[in-house]
Design a protein around this ligand. Structure first.
Ligand code: ZN
Length: 303
C-alpha cells in the first residue's frame, strides 16, 4: 500500500457510508448482468491513487500460459492450468470489471477461474476479490492471518498500517494455506511462501511455467514495503514480530528459485511489468532491506 494513505483511508470510509459516494463514482457494469446502481463491491475507493494504480495496460503473456491481467501500478496474474484458471490478487474494488475484461481479451471465460490467491489483506490488492468471486464463484486462498483481514475487510491489529482505519469489501469465505503448502489445479502446483513484514499474513506464490521443454519459475511476490500509518514505530518492542517477519521473508525470498519476478506493485521490482533474469528476487529483497534500514535509522533519531 502506498505511503499516501490517510486520504485514501478517509475516502474508503466515506465510500462505505450508504448513499455516499466519492466524486466521480458511478455505476459500473460487472460484465455479468446489470450491476446495481450503487454496487458496494465495486464502489470506487482510494481515488487519489487509483489513476496511477489502475493505469490501463493490455493483458500480457509472461511465459508459457501465465499472463498479467492487471494494471500499470498493480499486478494481477492469470495462470491457465488447462484444467481451469487461477488468478493472483485483484487490485481495488472498482478494478474487478477491467480484470474480467482483460481475462476475456485473452480468450478465456472468467467462469473458469477456480482460485483467487491473495498476497495480503489490503484494499489495493484484495479489494476486488469479492466482486470477482461474485462473477466467477472462485475459491479464495490466503494465509491464516491474511484470511482474518480478508474476512473483516479491515487492517489487522498487528498491521503497521492499522492506524489508517478504513474498511473495504470483505471476503465471505477464505481457504487457508500455510507456508510451503501447494494449491493444485490440473497439473499446475502453486506454492505458498509466507513473506510476513508488510503485513503479518503476507504470502508470495511461485509456480513453474513451461513453453515446450523450456520452463521458468515465476514468483508473484507480496509487497515488502516497510511503510506504516503515522505514529507507528518499527523500533517499538511491540513491532518485534514484524521485524522478525521481514528478516524471515528476506531469507526465504533470497533462497527462492526465481527466474521471473512479478511484484504486487510492479514499480517495486524495476521499470517493467515484471523482472526476469538471475537475482530478480534478491534485488527485490535488497530494496526492502534498504528501505527498512533507512526507516529504522530515522526512528532511532527521533526517540
Ligand atoms: Zn499493502
Amino acid at each position: 500500500m502506498s505511503a499516501v494513505l490517510r486520504l485514501a483511508a478517509a475516502v474508503a470510509v466515506l465510500n462505505l457510508i450508504p448513499g455516499v459516494t466519492a466524486a466521480g463514482a458511478r455505476p459500473i457494469a460487472t460484465g455479468d448482468g446489470v450491476a446495481p446502481a450503487d454496487d458496494p463491491l465495486t464502489r470506487p475507493m482510494a481515488l487519489d491513487m487509483a489513476g496511477e494504480w489502475l493505469a490501463p495496460v493490455p493483458p500480457q503473456r509472461v511465459f508459457g500460459r501465465s499472463y498479467l491481467v492487471g494494471f500499470g501500478g498493480l499486478s494481477v496474474a492469470l495462470i491457465d492450468t488447462g484444467a481451469g484458471l487461477i488468478l493472483i490478487d485483484a487490485a481495488l474494488p472498482q478494478a474487478a470489471p477491467a480484470i474480467l475484461a482483460n481475462v476475456r481479451k485473452l480468450g478465456f471465460d472468467p467462469k473458469d477461474i477456480k482460485f483467487i490467491l491473495s498476497t495480503e489483506p489490503h484494499y489495493d490488492h484484495s479489494g476486488g476479490i469479492p466482486a470477482l468471486v461474485r462473477a466467477t464463484g472462485a475459491v479464495v486462498v490466503a494465509s491464516v492471518q491474511a484470511a482474518e483481514g480478508l474476512r473483516a475487510g479491515r487492517h489487522a491489529a498487528s498491521d503497521p498500517q492499522h492506524g489508517y482505519g478504513g474498511a473495504w469489501p470483505a471476503v465471505a469465505r477464505v481457504r487457508t494455506v500455510r507456508d510451503g503448502e501447494r494449491v493444485t489445479l490440473g497439473r499446475t502446483a502453486i506454492t505458498a511462501h509466507a513473506t510476513p513484514g508488510h503485513t503479518m499474513g503476507s504470502m508470495s506464490w511461485s509456480w513453474n511455467a513451461c513453453e515446450g521443454r523450456k520452463c521458468r519459475q515465476i514468483v508473484f511476490a507480496s509487497s515488502l514495503n516497510p511503510v506504516s500509518a503515522p505514529g507507528y514505530r518499527f523500533t517499538a518492542p511491540s513491532s518485534a514480530p514484524i521485524l522478525k517477519g521481514f528478516a524471515a521473508s528476506y531469507r526465504g525470498m533470497e533462497a527462492l528459485k526465481c527466474d521471473i519476478l512479478i511484484s504486487a506493485h510492479p514499480d517495486n521490482a524495476g521499470s517493467g511489468r515484471y523482472a526476469s533474469g538471475p537475482g530478480a528476487c534478491r534485488r527485490y529483497v535488497e530494496r526492502s532491506r534498504r528501505l527498512l534500514a533507512k526507516r529504522l535509522a530515522s526512528e532511532r533519531k527521533r526517540p
